[in-house]
Design a protein. Structure first.
Length: 145
């Protein structure tokens, strides 16, 4: 197993190997997950939020379910406020995936449906963080979360 170092602080991930497959323990979902390149990024993001940005773990949701046009969609990571409202939607991609307009459009429905204040797209190497003050009209890229 060899995944690249990411442009995020190091995370103390609990990795295991079973039947030639690697797994990672998700501290939010409290279970082992198959370690894929996207999961590598997602787990680093989760650890960053909790350990470096002091986000309470109970406000971090992984694979958060949203209903959009009658279909179930899952947001990679959602950070909520104390009332359970989405404040930050995070879309994680594998390190080799470019963060382009296609990726943004794929997940723009998450922003509109959740009415989140912020959106963060990351492949672990590059990050695009935007404030969604008026999602239909204006997005401002922020220098850091």
């Amino acid at each position: 197993m060899s995944y690249p170092a990411l442009n995020l602080p190091p995370a103390q991930l609990k990795l295991s190997k079973e039947n030639e497959q690697f797994f990672v323990w998700c501290i939010v979902r409290r279970k082992k997950l198959l370690l894929t390149p996207e999961e590598w990024v997602r787990q680093h993001v989760i650890h960053y939020l909790i350990h470096y940005k002091n986000t309470p773990i109970e406000r971090v949701n992984s694979e958060h379910l949203l209903k959009i046009n009658g279909q179930n969609r899952r947001c990679d990571v959602v950070v909520t406020d104390s009332f359970g409202n989405a404040k930050l939607i995070i879309e994680c991609k594998a390190p080799e995936i470019n963060l382009d307009e296609k990726v943004f459009l794929q997940t723009s429905n998450y922003i509109q449906k959740s009415k989140a204040s912020f959106f963060w797209m990351t492949n672990g190497m590059n990050h695009v963080i935007v404030e969604c003050s008026k999602p239909d009209v204006y997005l401002e890229e922020l220098p850091e979360l």
